[in-house]
Structure formats: structure tokens, C-alpha cells
Design a protein around this ligand. Structure first.
Ligand SMILES: *Cc1c(COP(=O)(O)O)cnc(C)c1O
Length: 256
């Protein structure tokens, strides 16, 4: 286990995020129990994951393949802190997945949030089948204003988040492919609000797209949206799964 001091810090920050979520949900007439906080542990060690498990966290987010695989092999491994069956961690892969890494990711992740192209769907299905697993997939939608325009350049200001996602018009095509795949389950949609812009219009658009998707796929109820800085806005617009890193773990090292 990590130092007692770190445990207290994590407990304290987790409490305040839970309180933010409860307040935001009540503020717009939603049941806080309908919201899942995915704690994003990228860049932080397995000892933090163990501490969070002890604090009742089940859902974890990671965005880099090698780090995620090693960390959760360690957490799920055979040490004495491994939680009882039924309380095992659920691993959400929230980052971009390279097609040639998809089969490997499908072998350990429970949910893949950033599915945005047919080739990736096929690679994940292949990997899940080979590992004998079922994988829940969300379609990432690009909500930037220029996502509808041709020749978009991509946002390079936050490389750790990547710039991915189908244009809104491409959502149904990718969703249908997931739904048709025997080892994949269509969970819903995921998005990252454009950096530096008011998140409300972006999340409003995501909510509309989720409504449209559910007319066709009623089980695709997940809306993965909202991070440390904009989770209140996401909750106002129907988010079901919040991906929260910094507000709980603290700031990450800067990549150069
Ligand atoms: C890192 C990351 C998050 C968490 O962001 P914070 O601002 O630290 O809460 C959420 N979503 C994605 C896709 C991420 O890569």
C-alpha cells in the first residue's frame, strides 16, 4: 500500500469529487446514483490503484497501452490486497488505440472508449474473439467546431488527449459495425470537449447524438463525457460516465 499520507490525500480528493458530482446531479434533477466516476490513473502507480480500490472505486481509466497492461496485471495479480471476486477493478481504456495494438488491448480492457473507425472495430473484434472475451465499446465523437469542415488540422495543444473521434455524421456507421460484432457490445458515445471553449454547446451536441443513437440502438445508453474541469457541464447534458484524473490523483508530469 502507498504511504498513509497519500491514502488520506486520495480519500479527501475523492470525497470532494463525489460531492461535486452529487451537487451537480441534484442541481439538474438527476439521480447521483446514475453517474459513474471513472478514476483516471494514467501516470500514477499501481499502489494508487490499490488505495482507490480500498476507498470503493471500481472503475479506472488508462490511456497508454503498455502502462495500462503492466499496471493492471500487477493490480489483478496474486498479491494479498487483491479484492474479492465481484469487486475486481473495471478497466476503461480511454485513449486512442492503434490498430496494431487493438488485439492486445482487447485482452485486458473491459471497455474501450475511443472507437472511431471501422478498421479498429474489426481489430478489436478479432482480439476479443481470440481472448474469449466480451468488450464494451463506445464510439468517440469529435465535437470540435471544425469537425464538420473538410481539411481540419487537428488540435495539437493537448497531445496526451489526442485528437480522435468520428465526425457526427460517421457515428451511426461505426456504431452499427460494433453492434454487429459478436464479441463487442455497443455501450454508447464518448467525447472530449474542445479545449478552451465553453463545453456546454459541445456536450449539448453530444446529448443530441446520443438520443439519435438510442433510437436505433436502445441499449447504447452510456455517455462518457466530463473531466476534472468540466464534469458539471457534462452532467447537465446527460453524461453517465465521468472520466476524472487530476482532481483526484493530482497533476500529472508534463510530457515533452
Ligand atoms: C487524461 C484524460 C482524462 C482525465 O482528465 P483530467 O482533466 O485529469 O480529469 C479524461 N479523458 C481522457 C480521454 C483523458 O485522456
Amino acid at each position: 500500500m502507498p504511504a498513509p499520507e497519500r491514502c488520506r490525500e486520495l480519500a479527501c480528493r475523492l470525497d470532494s469529487v463525489r460531492e461535486r458530482v452529487t451537487t451537480a446531479a441534484r442541481g439538474c434533477g438527476r439521480d447521483p446514483g446514475d453517474l459513474t466516476i471513472i478514476v483516471v490513473t494514467k501516470f500514477f502507480p499501481a499502489s494508487d490503484v490499490r488505495a482507490l480500490l480500498q476507498l470503493g472505486v471500481r472503475d479506472f481509466g488508462e490511456n497508454r497501452h503498455q502502462e495500462a497492461r503492466a499496471k493492471f496485471a500487477e493490480v489483478r495479480g496474486t498479491d494479498e490486497t487483491v479484492p474479492a471476486v465481484g469487486t475486481a477493478p473495471v478497466l476503461h481504456f480511454i485513449g486512442q488505440v492503434q490498430t496494431n495494438k487493438a488485439a492486445a488491448v482487447a485482452a485486458y480492457a473491459d471497455v474501450v472508449h475511443a472507437v472511431d473507425r471501422p478498421r479498429l472495430v474489426r481489430a478489436l473484434e478479432h482480439g476479443a474473439a481470440r481472448s474469449g472475451r466480451q468488450l464494451r465499446c463506445l464510439v468517440q465523437v469529435d465535437l470540435a467546431d471544425d469537425a464538420l469542415a473538410p481539411g481540419r488540422s487537428g488540435d495539437t495543444s493537448r497531445p496526451e488527449l489526442g485528437r480522435g473521434g468520428v465526425t457526427p455524421g460517421g457515428l451511426i456507421g461505426v456504431a452499427d459495425l460494433i453492434a454487429e460484432s459478436a464479441h463487442l457490445q455497443l455501450g454508447g458515445v464518448m467525447a472530449v470537449a474542445p479545449l478552451g471553449a465553453d463545453p456546454d454547446p459541445a456536450f449539448t451536441r453530444l446529448e443530441d447524438l446520443s438520443d439519435r443513437l438510442r433510437e436505433r440502438h436502445p441499449g447504447a445508453t452510456w455517455v462518457s463525457a466530463g473531466m476534472s474541469g468540466d464534469l458539471e457541464a457534462a452532467i447537465r447534458h446527460g453524461a453517465t460516465h465521468l472520466r476524472v484524473g487530476t482532481a483526484i490523483l493530482g497533476s500529472r508530469p508534463v510530457l515533452r
